[in-house]
Design a protein around this ligand. Structure first.
Ligand SMILES: NC(=O)c1ccc[n+]([C@@H]2O[C@H](COP(=O)([O-])OP(=O)(O)OC[C@H]3O[C@@H](n4cnc5c(N)ncnc54)[C@H](O)[C@@H]3O)[C@@H](O)[C@H]2O)c1
Ligand SMILES: CC(C)[C@H](C(=O)O)[C@@H](O)C(=O)O
Ligand SMILES: [Mg+2]
Length: 357
């Protein structure tokens, strides 16, 4: 089993080290190979996703990814920016199905910004389409406006688009996931304004005919953003496009206590997957040893489950994470009165200890 380890930038390197520690202690005979990606790869090779890194990723059974990006690269031409590395990996590997489970662990009910009764027992799954939408639509660019409110002015534009097969395959993923859970899918769109999302809604409705045992609800994205903080437990599986999924998953992360708790899996149709926390490189706390590594450690558990056929090991990691939380250990992002503040490495060590005890 080959795992490509791509730590990236900022806290990416700190949190991936902890996940690697956890994987190593399982002693499952993985072959782990690391490569530079993002800003780190740009510095060394002049490109955020060098051919050698892409090749390593393509040949791996699974990819463990940290995060990419730093403010200092914001002025680079877009194709050279660190974020192009993760977008390129998703595109080149066809990683269209992004699972972002928002689970509020019992021990962290007090860490959320929401009232405990709203989030105690929360377990929802956001399924974000990851290779289409306005993220990848062409054409895009800058030009001189020919119409609109300011003809002749400089303007920028992107293209929002989805094809029927792209929507169908993510809808199947969502209905099948819901079958293993509480059999409810909420499809989030903006069909009242955008043709792309009226089409999304129509296609999801068509696919639903094959899943009569699963309840389908449609919801506009603005309402969904509100309902997520009003009554999050009313959701089971949420399926949506690339951009709405990006935004709603960050919102949902706060229901779990912190964005440092939200893992993710991005899968292609061959069962290959990239596993990364949902958060970014957090330049504001990078290098301080305070980042929460649990989202990355939980992403490694998802990797064992979805790509490496190691369900028992995945469950061992998830149980170990709950154990350290029960011991009262908290990185600053999830710390509350009466618990013990620890750093990134101490948190990783505690998970390793809980696994081996
Ligand atoms: N997949 C990715 O690689 C990815 C995802 C999101 C953002 N980014 C990039 O990351 C950079 C920073 O973006 P941003 O600040 O908008 O988002 P971010 O997710 O990096 O950080 C947002 C806030 O959450 C905090 N945070 C994030 N992860 C944390 C963790 N594990 N523990 C504790 N606190 C954590 C940060 O300190 C910050 O205050 C940008 O360059 C952005 O493009 C990359
Ligand atoms: C860094 C960026 C390209 C990325 C996205 O928008 O998909 C990030 O925000 C994420 O959620 O993985
Ligand atoms: Mg995001």
């Amino acid at each position: 089993m080959k795992i490509a380890v791509l730590p990236g930038d900022g806290i990416g390197t700190e949190i991936v080290s902890e996940a690697v520690k956890v994987l190593e202690v399982l002693d499952l005979k993985f072959e782990m190979k690391s490569a530079l990606v993002g800003g780190a790869a740009y510095e060394a090779h002049g490109h955020p996703l060098p051919e050698s890194t892409l090749q390593l990723a393509k040949e791996a059974d699974a990819i463990l990814f940290g995060a990419v990006g730093d403010w200092k690269y914001d002025k680079l031409d877009r194709p050279l920016r660190p974020e192009q590395a993760i977008l390129g990996l998703r595109k080149h590997l066809g990683l269209f199905a992004n699972f972002r489970p928002a689970i509020c662990y019992e021990q962290l009910v007090g860490a959320s910004s929401l009232k405990p009764e709203l989030i105690a027992g929360l377990d929802i799954l956001i399924i974000r389409e990851l290779t289409g939408d306005i993220y990848f639509g062409q054409p895009r660019g800058r030009r001189t406006a020919v119409d609109g409110h300011f003809p002749g002015a400089e303007e920028a534009f992107d293209t929002m688009r989805y094809s029927r097969p792209e929507i169908e395959r993510i809808a199947h993923v969502a209905f099948q996931a819901a079958r293993k859970r509480n059999k409810k899918v909420t499809s989030v769109d903006k069909a009242n304004v955008l043709e792309t999302f009226q089409f999304w809604k129509d296609v999801v409705t068509d696919v639903h005919k094959e899943y009569p045992d699963v309840e389908l609800q449609h919801m506009y994205v603005d309402n969904a953003a509100m309902q997520l903080v009003k009554a999050p437990k009313a959701f089971d599986v949420v399926v949506t496009g690339n951009m709405f999924g990006d935004i709603l998953s960050d919102e949902a992360s706060m229901l779990t206590g912190s964005i440092g708790m939200l893992p993710s899996a991005s899968l292609n149709s061959k069962g290959q997957g990239l596993y990364e926390p949902s958060h970014g490189s957090a330049p504001d706390i990078a290098g301080k040893g305070v980042a929460n590594p649990l989202a990355t450690i939980l992403s490694a558990a998802m990797m064992l489950r979805f790509s490496l056929n190691q369900e028992a090991a995945a469950q061992r990691i998830e149980t170990a994470v709950q154990k350290v939380l029960a011991q009262g250990l908290r990185t600053p992002d999830i710390w509350s009165e009466g618990t013990t503040k620890v750093g990134t490495a101490q948190m990783g060590d505690a998970v390793v200890k809980a696994l081996t005890a």
